[in-house]
Each structure stands twice: as C-alpha cells, then as structure tokens.
Design a binder for this molecule. Structure first.
Ligand code: SF4
Length: 212
C-alpha cells in the first residue's frame, strides 16, 4: 500500500473487507445522490467561505429553509468565533511505513489550543473517540503543529449537539497502534465478506457473498 490511506478506506475495510475490495482495489464507485449529501455540500462550502472571511451575502439567501436553520446553528457555535487556521485542508501523517490523511473541514485556534472541526449533516459517529477520522486528523495535526493541545469537535447538525474529544499523549499512542493494526490486516490482501450491511450495501448487485 503506497497511497495515502483515508478514514473512509479504513471504515470501509472494517465494515466489510469485500466492500473495500470492490471500492478500492477494483475502483468500482457508486454515485451518491441524496438530499443529505447535497445539503452537506452547501453547508461545507458556505462554512469555508465564512471562516475565510469572504463575502457570503449572495450565498446565504440561496439556502433552502432547512439549510438556513442548520447554517444559523453552525455559525453561532463558539468555534466559529475562533481564529481560522485552515478550512478544507488536506493533511497527512506517516505512521510506520504508511501515510494516513484526509481533508479537514476546518482547523481553528483559541489561544494555544487547536480545534479540528467536522460538521455532520447526518449524525456524528457512534464511537467518535475511536472513529478513524478522529484518529487520523488528530495525529496529522499533532505532527504538523507539534502540539498535543488539540481537540476534535464533531458538530452534529442533525441533533444540534457537539462531541468533543481531547488528545493526550496516551491517546495518540493508542491511535497509532490501532492504525498500524488495521493496515497490517489490509496488507494481508485477503478481503472476506463481513455481511455487516448487505441490505443497504451499494455493491449487493454484483456481490455473490451478500446475505438477505
Ligand atoms: S453485499 Fe454484503 S458481503 Fe457483499 S460487499 Fe456488501 S456488505 Fe460485503
């Protein structure tokens, strides 16, 4: 594996190695076209302009009523009043022989403390502390900015809630170990079916291992 490993790649492998095989080894992608996805794109774009202090006067009126409600909640969170370090920011970190990375929604700063922001138009991950996105982005910001003074903030726009995970040295070590373990599994090159979500899996039409 020589590419940058993304949180989505690891999530897919954990969910079903066979699905990982279809998506990342065979490059079979399935278009996503739903309302949550469209709303998410609009809110992410607007948030990025806003944090970069660009003029959004012409963009806000284009939001539909539901998007407006979400946007008003998001821009009034305390994190949007902090100093913007980056938005829509690609970052990677090397752990062992592999690079892990992805694109942060936003990185803001309050004094010496960094906050990685992630807006979710669906719900936040169930186990946010050990979500691959949390692990990779925390370690990447830690390596780049040379500090442990970092929190990951999931802003759950569906339930209007914020989930905050604070980094510690021990947690960083635990994250590194977890990422190394799963890449060892992926590198074995075996992709068994796991049947975690066959009913809703986008590859069920072509997958002979699916269960109904
Ligand atoms: S249909 Fe089931 S077994 Fe096949 S890739 Fe999807 S989740 Fe895995």
């Amino acid at each position: 594996m020589s590419e940058i490993i993304s949180p989505n790649m690891l999530k897919t492998f954990e969910l079903c190695p066979k699905k990982y095989f279809f998506r990342y080894k065979k490059s079979l992608s399935v278009p996503v076209n739903n309302e949550i996805f469209k709303t998410g794109k609009n809110i992410h774009a607007l948030a990025s302009y806003y944090l970069k202090k660009e003029n959004i006067d012409n963009l806000e009126p284009a939001l539909n009523p539901k998007e407006k409600e979400i946007w008003n909640y998001l821009k009034n969170t305390k994190y949007f009043s902090y100093e913007t370090v980056h938005t829509e920011y690609n970052l990677a970190v090397k752990i062992g022989k592999h690079f892990f990375g992805g694109r942060l929604d936003a990185l803001v700063k309050d004094g010496e403390k960094y906050y990685i922001l992630d807006y979710k138009t669906g719900s936040a991950p169930k186990n946010s502390k050990y979500d691959f996105q949390t692990m990779i982005y925390m370690l990447a910001v830690r390596a780049f900015f040379k500090t442990d003074n970092i929190s990951f903030v999931y802003i759950d726009l569906k339930n209007r809630a914020e989930i905050v995970i604070d980094l510690t040295k021990d947690l960083a070590l635990e994250y590194e170990n977890k990422l190394s373990e799963i890449t060892k599994e992926i590198n074995k090159g075996i992709y068994p079916a796991k049947h975690t979500n066959c009913k809703t899996c986008e590859y069920r039409i072509i997958c002979y291992d699916k269960v109904d």
